[in-house]
Design a protein around this ligand. Sequence first.
Ligand code: AMP
Length: 111
Amino acid sequence: MNCLFCAIAAGEIPSAKVYEDEQVYAFKDIAPQGPVHVLIIPKKHIDSMQAAGPEDDGLCQMLAAARQIARELGVDKTGYRLITNVGPDAGQSVPHLHLHLIGGKPLKWDN
Ligand code: AMP
């Protein structure tokens, strides 16, 4: 399968890694929307949150990774946003499930 984030998780395309475990990989977003902007992905290919199933126990691990990354990057106390875009109306541009962890400044809520 030709998937950008599968290739990043496999180390075939370079990325600025911030976290990795057996199920999860996380790296800095190439177009950051804040001082901290990390993408947290399952190593297993899942198209989006809508395509995830009960067998995808890596989702809990993605949330645990988010908490750890937030602590390590110093935004656990100031706060951060966790977003996953699903499908065209949400503007999902990479069809591999990912959480955006964004923080490091006060964030607005546009819509
Ligand atoms: P989304 O629009 O929710 O699908 O988010 C995709 C995100 O992937 C965007 O924020 C992009 O900036 C980011 N992105 C795309 N290509 C790369 C890359 N090679 N390395 C890091 N981030 C990327």
